[in-house]
Design a protein around this ligand. Sequence first.
Ligand code: ATP
Ligand code: MG
Ligand code: MG
Length: 548
Amino acid sequence: NKTSSSNFIKNIVAEDLKAGKVKEVITRFPPEPNGYLHIGHAKSICLNFELADEFNGKTNLRFDDTNPVKEDTEYVEAIQEDVRWLGFEWDELRFASDYFEEMYNRAVLLIKKGKAFVCDLTAEQMRETRGTLTEPGKNSPYRDRSVEENLDLFARMRAGEFKDGERILRAKIDMSSPNINLRDPALYRIAHAHHHRTGNDWCIYPMYDYAHPIGDAIEGVTHSICTLEFEDHRPLYDWTIIECEMESEPHQYEFARLNVTNTIMSKRYLKSLVDQGIVESWDDPRMPTISGLRRKGFTPEAIRAFCREIGVARAYSVVDERMLEFFIREDLKLKAPRTMAVIDPLKVVITNYPEGQVEFLDAENNAENEEMGSRQIPFSREIYIEQEDFMENPPSKYYRLFPGNEVRLKHAYFITCQEIIKDASGKVVELRCTYDPETKSGSGFTGRKVKGTIHWVEASQAAPAEFRLLEPLLTDEAADSDKEFLECINPNSLTIMQGFVEANMKEAQGQDKFQFFRHGYFNVDPKHTNKEKIVFNRIVSLKSSFDA
Ligand code: ATP
Ligand code: MG
Ligand code: MG
């Protein structure tokens, strides 16, 4: 529905510019480098970059690397590749860790102002004294430490004198605030861990709620856009900006995160699929990661169009996965060459076609886009057709090949099935057919009509190919049951078929995309394709019941 493609944040930005509240729009995309980006992140990327772009502003890519245990440079690199591939270039590349010294200094300022204190309560005790939605919390017994003692202890935390969890730095706000996030929240924790950028320089790390506003302010971010679960954190965001006396004043705006049917997006879940070997890697074509979608064959254009269509709102919603498929079909419809692939081959010998002869037939590359021209495809006495395009005892209304029936070979001739050859077990292994030279495609033959058209590839020159047919990683049960997702893994998420494609596709490169007659859109897998065979991932089948 077209009405959903609105973007309420765009209106806010337009008004802020008009009212002179900001001179230039600066946004940022702030991933934590603890996994690969997924389709949900694509929504945030498109939102941040396109918003700034529309008003001639800037967007930074800022890694939110404040949690050293889970982060890694592998993720830092993969995230940059994915953002670029989506078609965006950041103004500046930043890391929250660039600001560790400044964040530390601002924390010292808070202590001096009596706005922060070192607390010795354990995590457990902190939880017990935090209170509930209906009950206020209790002040920490360490809340009234002197500024001198706090400065000394905080310096010693930094110097590594204490173990993980022994002490934390807390903001001194209000233990009876109705907003639990304001009940003396943690600002710094001790973590003796190696950081992928700062190494062992630090053993204290800022909390997200403290680091994020400071990073935004340092970079002059004007509109800091995040997902709705941070709405209740906004007062702490604003408190930090004001009490740390930041020179610029960014504002936080929240939107509803993207949810897609049959798709779980949390990085924790995706990482466990990789770690447990349920998928090949983060870019496995079944993964909802950006790299997985790329390897499956999605294009940046399709993903951007999808993100634009779903719009930006504050209301929770779940988007139908078929909508994503709609946009990739739309994008490839006029771009992808339409060729023939046989994914489950059955050999056909055309007995009245001269032995040793090969002729070349003209085949248009895209019936809907003449500009794509045509190609020459070989035809000879031996071809492959699909197993499913032949039945020995067909039901009524079966118009493909069966004994005595005539069908059209796409781009070639009419053939008639004369004889079936079976192996010892009774399986059909070959057909003997005859062709009618009068019926050549493009010759203007009108003598008689046939009801079925089937696709084929010439046997002697065909390129061996593997076809990977993909289904969702999770069964339908996953959505509504209390089952752990590992119990809902779809055993049929990957089906591998061995067949053939047209001879001229031997030159196909990784990521080339094709529409195979009747089978749908396929992408050349860049990792598994080798000299022996081309490996294709099915992007999407041809049909869809979804209309955008
Ligand atoms: P996950 O829970 O999947 O690990 P995250 O929010 O912890 O995601 P971050 O790396 O912190 O991952 O996310 C970077 C940005 O992307 C954040 O601003 C976050 O709000 C946004 N984002 C993450 N998931 C979604 C989603 N499903 N829809 C829209 N934006 C998202
Ligand atoms: Mg996060
Ligand atoms: Mg997360």
